[in-house]
Write a new protein. Structure first.
Length: 317
């Protein structure tokens, strides 16, 4: 299970065991809000699977500057192998993330289409304990740039879509190759994504976001994580004008092998996982809302399996 660290002969067995866990954990210190956990290098991938379950297709309005805040509490005490079974490794992981996102809506480029740009910057507090050895990191995650978001909708305002073809996660955060827990990843990740929101009947919302993460090589370790696909989904019903209840979740799968020095690592060390849970949204007034949601992970391969609790809110400046 320990990957590229096996070929670093100067690393002790104790350090190697600690990195075995981090390689299978999700680190959300990269582009927290563009919304996986993977068998990727040190467990760090920059797309935070599970965040995009709220008005997936609705982009920031033209002429509006909007703040989004996403807070995540993640915990795991089980590490699954490539067959999806509990590996029996004694682990304990606790990760706290708070990410700030600011979007600016620009002018219209068509009757129902406009442009948006923005950025995301997360703060991460991570702790990983394996076999009694603890590694921690507190600091900024990687900056996520969102230079082009295309927002559009139909004339009836029942279907909305936003497409972000140029999202880029850049390695600007806290990282140390000899540390198991890292707030950030040490590679660039291109993360194109598209989301939709459909309102088929009064009170009902169905939405989803399909995304990918295509990663460069970590030049500190010569390790390259395979590219991944992710899908997030929500189905919700408004109990009142202010209160909405829903069910949401995600599924992700690594589509190509991990590599070290240009060669496939082990059998490719691919990962996958899913989660499902409830969601509550409360609208204080139009455009100002808070969301709380829980996600229980399952069907995990080559990764930690745990649970997530999110609090998300948004308002215009």
């Amino acid at each position: 299970m320990i990957r590229e660290l096996f070929h670093k002969m100067h690393i002790s067995n104790k350090r190697a065991k600690l990195n075995a866990l981090s390689m299978a954990l999700i680190s959300l210190g990269g582009a927290l809000l563009s919304a996986p956990a993977t068998a990727a290098e040190n467990g760090n991938i920059s797309w935070p699977i599970g965040v995009n379950t709220v008005l997936n297709g609705v982009a920031t309005a033209p002429g509006e500057t909007r703040l989004y805040n996403y807070t995540l509490f993640y915990s795991a005490n089980q590490l699954n192998d490539g067959a999806g079974d509990d590996s029996g490794v004694d682990v304990d992981a606790e990760i706290f993330v708070d990410a700030l996102r600011i979007d600016r809506g620009w002018g219209m480029i068509g009757r129902n289409t406009h442009l948006v740009s923005g950025f995301v910057l997360p703060y991460v507090d991570a702790s990983i304990n394996l076999f009694g050895d603890e590694s921690t990191d507190t600091g900024l995650g990687n900056l996520s740039l969102k230079p082009l978001i295309i927002g559009t909708h139909n004339d009836a305002n029942t279907f909305f879509m936003q497409i972000a073809p140029l999202d880029l996660d850049v390695p600007t955060g806290s990282y140390d190759r000899d540390r198991a827990a890292n707030a950030a990843v040490n590679y660039t990740s291109w993360q194109p994504n598209a989301g939709y929101s459909w309102f088929p009947a009064p009170g009902w919302e169905i939405g989803g976001t399909l995304s990918a993460a295509v990663n460069t090589e970590n030049d500190d370790t010569d390790y390259q994580t395979g590219w991944l696909m992710h899908y997030e989904q929500v189905v919700a019903w408004s109990v009142t004008d202010k209160l909405q209840l829903g069910v949401q979740g995600f599924y992700f799968k690594q589509m190509s092998d991990d590599e070290v020095d240009g060669h496939t690592y082990l059998d490719g060390y691919r990962t996958r996982g899913a989660a499902l849970g409830p969601q509550v949204r409360y609208d204080f007034r139009p455009g100002v809302a808070v969301v709380a949601k829980y996600q229980k992970e399952f069907d995990s391969e080559n990764k930690a399996e745990g649970e997530r609790f999110w609090v998300q809110f948004t308002f215009p400046f």
